[in-house]
Design a protein around this ligand. Structure first.
Ligand code: SF4
Length: 457
């Protein structure tokens, strides 16, 4: 199709209505998913215009440290390289000491968010997890997570954001006081993907109804939530679009979805889906643009830059406003083959496309304005870190941004597990800031750095 052509009347009408605030129907969104040529470029233009209305020329990221509390999981997603078998030498449950060592390294590098990412309820299926939890004094991973979120906030001032799978209301309530926000990817709304040989086979926690219910329950408790879709895991085009509508409907019911990630599947060599095709950058951009039309101008839409290292700047032209969490300290443990871009690179690529990069907190500005979603003890922390825009104060961005934790108390001396610590720090951080970690470790009476090096060598 000649790109100078006008988009077809049907597509043009959908885009005009989107600009007038009327989002597409399911059928119209399916049609957008198939459009090409001038219709596709018009889709990108419309999505960008909507993003500009909601977010202007600001694109954001959260400076975070990634804390993989445990890599055992009751689920068996066929694309996952994070979860391991309990007999694997890499299997781990971080001790409180290790958690604090990572968190302190993050705080020293100017992070504001502690992303706790972990396998889902491994104690339900693995004796090893039950034993490790008992040794630490807990009976469930969620109980331990609550304690670690509290420890990290009280000791470092980093604001926890836990991403730990499906939860019941009682568990959400226990996590709420120590999480400024939480996350759970819907991934896809299709039950079909739970079938034998498909992406979510053997993964009870990936039942879409359970995931939607978790986020909706969190909404009743006033917990801001991140969710999103994972594209390229064997879903049909319609199922992909249906998932965006499921998130829109969820937001209408619960009102706590503060951001939506559009994430591309990456084939990992050590997984059953290693031979599957990965979505192209164009497919990602098209999905992002449709997400913008379905979810509207004010929804934060994010795409992870490290999963499209050669193309991510393009996603700005399809309607994203956020790059997600970027760590100057730790690797992306979910996608260890995909290093984070340097924040300066992100700033330059954003500027090339006409955007200003700002650091944001793990709670978005609109959720900071309500006492129902920003409660003590985080309200004071956010007030100290954010300026009038709700983003991080310019003088606190980056490594210069270290400010004291909210209150000072003697460092706890948690149980120290013997054996190599399973920390994996990013190479760049290892080269640049080893002394910083050593200082922090020494102050804390820790030996975490030595163990980190051992684990990396
Ligand atoms: S739930 Fe998450 S950690 Fe567990 S197997 Fe699936 S992708 Fe991996």
């Amino acid at each position: 199709m000649n790109t100078n052509e006008q988009p077809g009347a049907a597509v043009g009408g959908v885009l005009d209505r989107a600009l007038a605030g009327i989002s597409p129907s399911h059928e119209e969104a399916y049609a957008l998913a198939l459009t090409g040529g001038s219709g596709l470029s018009a889709l990108f233009t419309t999505a960008s215009q909507l993003r500009d209305r909601g977010w202007g020329d600001t694109v954001t990221y959260s400076r975070k440290v990634f804390i993989p509390l445990t890599n055992l999981c009751r689920d068996k997603c066929r694309y996952c390289t994070f979860a391991v078998s309990p007999s694997s030498p890499a299997a781990r449950m971080l001790t409180p000491h290790e958690v604090l060592t990572i968190a302190r390294a993050g705080a020293a590098a100017g992070c504001k968010e502690a992303l706790f990412s972990l396998g889902e309820k491994p104690e339900e299926v693995y004796e090893r997890s039950r034993t490790e939890l008992r040794a630490l004094g807990y009976s469930t991973t969620t109980e331990y997570l609550v304690a670690m979120c509290r420890l990290v906030f009280e000791e470092t001032g980093l604001m926890p954001h836990a991403n730990c799978g499906v939860l019941d209301p009682r568990e959400l309530e226990s996590l709420r006081p120590w999480n400024v926000s939480m996350g759970l990817m819907l991934e896809n709304v299709s039950e079909r993907l739970l079938g034998a040989g498909l992406a979510h086979a053997g993964s009870p926690g990936k039942a879409p109804a359970l995931r939607l219910k978790t986020i909706e329950d969190a909404g009743r408790l006033g917990i801001p939530f991140t969710t999103g879709i994972l594209i390229g895991i064997g879903e049909t085009l319609q199922e992909r679009i249906d998932s965006l509508f499921a998130i829109r409907d969820l937001q209408e019911r619960s009102g706590n979805v503060q951001e939506v990630i559009v994430q591309n599947f990456r084939a990992k060599d050590d997984t059953p889906m290693r031979g599957d095709d990965e979505p192209s950058a164009l497919e990602m951009a098209r999905t992002i643009a449709i997400a913008r039309l379905v979810l509207g101008a004010s929804m934060s839409i994010q795409a992870p830059p490290n999963l499209s290292p050669d193309a991510y700047g393009f996603y700005l032209l399809a309607g994203i406003n956020d790059w997600g969490g970027i760590s100057p300290v730790t690797a992306d443990h979910i996608n260890p083959e995909a290093p984070w871009p340097k924040i300066e690179e992100l700033r330059e690529i954003s500027a090339d496309a006409g955007f200003t990069l700002r650091e944001r907190l793990a709670i978005y500005p609109s959720y900071q304005r309500s006492a129902a979603t920003l409660r003590p003890p985080f309200a004071a922390r956010v007030a100290a870190l954010a300026d009038g825009t709700g983003y991080v104060r310019l003088d606190l961005q980056g490594i210069e941004g270290i400010i004291p934790p909210p209150r000072s108390r003697p460092a706890s001396r948690p149980v120290r597990r013997e054996g190599p610590a399973p920390l994996v720090l990013d190479d760049r951080y290892h080269d640049r800031s080893q002394n910083d970690i050593a200082d922090i470790s020494t102050q804390a009476g820790a030996t975490g750095l030595a163990n980190t090096q051992e684990a990396r060598s």
